[in-house]
Design a protein around this ligand. Sequence first.
Ligand SMILES: [Zn+2]
Length: 253
Amino acid sequence: MSIPPPLALTYHGVADVPLRRDRHHLFVRPRDLRRQIAKLRSWGYELVTFGELARRAARGEAAGSAALTFDDGFVDNLETLVPLLYEEGAPATVFVVSGWLGDVHPVASWTRLMTDDEVRELARAGIEVGAHTHTHPDLTKLKRDGALAELVESKELLERATEQPIDVAAYPFGAANAATRLLACEAGFRAACRTLGQGRWKDPYDLPRQAMENRASDLGLWLKREGRYETLMRFYPARVVRKLSRRGKALLG
Ligand SMILES: [Zn+2]
């Protein structure tokens, strides 16, 4: 079996939410997540935290490693994800928006984000906590000082909440340009990530992740692994990919 390319996946909430309710594809069903973990392992991946993946990428040794990451800090990450990962023996990273602690999620209003006590509990349960800014803005649209403050504030607040150093970050909407990447470094992070397949493994402040949508197929996951999903989706409507996916199921096992 050849060594698969480095891979980081972007999830948000972990709950069984019907698609008609989850228009933004923010949730993964627990059983789908278990299946995806099994699929990654069957392809030869070792699951690591995002921080460890970034370390390996810096050494040029990230092939064969995959990271599960969860953005925003949903309360189900503590209630559902932690026991699931414990059973699967898999690590993960949760990127928390420090200004949203305990709030209702702005898009998924039926659920809420973790409080600072819950984030501490999450960290103590062995989940890596990363920063996802203070108020979740598109950092590329802010002035330098504003963008830097978003990064610094989330780092400091989360360090206080978890009583641990926070040294990795995820840009809201995956949005970052050359100036943003410099600010992430200046704010004291050692690595930061994008999403939707943007970014590159050679730059620790521009590490790519692939977005995982609700009911993501195994074929979709394979295309993400190969870095071909976003290109394909740009040229083909989702229903064609879904049809292909149904046909591909037998092939992918
Ligand atoms: Zn987010």
